[in-house]
Design a binder for this molecule. Sequence first.
Ligand code: GLC
Ligand code: MG
Length: 449
Amino acid sequence: MLLAKVATHYRKIRGTKTMKSLADAGLLDRINGSARLMIVSDLDSTMVDHDDPENLSLLRFNALWEAYYRHDSLLVFSTGRSPTSYQKLRNEKPLLTPDIAIMSVGTEITYGESMVPDTGWTNHLNWKWNRDIVVEETAKFPELTPQSETQQRPHKVSFFVEKVKALEIMSFLSEHLEKRGLDVKIIYSSGIALDILPKGAGKGEALAYLLQNFKVDGKVPLHTLVCGDSGNDTEMFTIPKVHGVMVSNAHDEMLQWYTQNAKNNPSIIHATERCAAGIIQAIGNFCLGPNVSPRDIRDFKKCNVDIFSPGHEVVKFYLLYERWRRAEVDKSEQFVKNLKSGFCPFGIFVHPSGVEQPFHQCLDSMAKLYGDKTEHLFRLWVDRVSSAQIGSDTWLVKFYKWELSGDERQCCVTTVLMSLKQPDGFTWVHMHQTWLEGSRARDQTAWCF
Ligand code: GLC
Ligand code: MG
């Protein structure tokens, strides 16, 4: 029974473009059939709270996702940002790697970490679209201030415009562009941004396209949850059979849309929590699966976690490790003893510098570092946890371990061999870390786990 719970099935899924692209990007290996949950979330002011320099709700979401969902669910980021500006946000914030990225307000779709583009989608957007004509017509409106060059994309022309002028300009523009033979969509977001896209584009259309592709292959996710805060997100809420959460900090234009169009729709909620905390709230509200982030659990021994998985094990270990160095747990020998009990005494840790040490020696070194990070902004999070059962009671677990300390951020690609420890967990048998290219620590021999 226990084994059945943790078993990861490896199965190639072929078929539609989306499925094929996901498979090519190496992402479907872990999913057996349909995804249990697909979260499609906006980034700015939805997944990312720009008013929270510590990124606490995002880190809570990350721990929840990697512990309970990563192995059988799909994470989709749907942002208005262009690929360059999306990349910039990823470098600044502790964002997980999504399975699918929808960028530039639903005009660009890529799959996997390597961001394989969906060229079929882009080609489809050429219908009744001519960027030059859009630029020519919009130049007639001095109230429109063009956004930076990096936000201008082949199927997205973007401006800033004051709220009081927006409505009137939008209606003028649609008329002008229609007369010139184009079929466009004009979207106003966050009380400031105006985007002009081909009619078939947008966050909603892009989501519908993905769902259609999953459907053709008989792999529609069991549940889909869309999450947003501003104008360009509203069309995601109109897609049939999806749950939706407007985060507590949603903009007026979204709340107005809701009041006028979807007030009695029980599948959409307005969360009382901000940003990623609102997403976690929605998971609980719609009963989509576990909704208590491991970050919110103080005592893992007391809580009955009913999902027993390598992902949960990894998330739990790094949280305990972070709390030890931030002095957020009591400094006790028992704490270190408990940690040690999860490690094979003579198991080996291969540090990214190449130095090898038995686990218990590493844990003794760690014990000495109690509270050394109280002054720093120190956080750990794991991304892309995957596991393969390679024996009756053995798993090979791989993940990307990120560490933020002050202004320094580093990442180690980590592989752990784990074996089952009756009755309640895993034993870490062997562990190997390598710097992720471009993410080495300044002091490359500094002790870490
Ligand atoms: C993001 C994009 C911007 C766009 C806005 C609204 O902020 O960077 O170009 O106008 O979303 O869609
Ligand atoms: Mg937003």
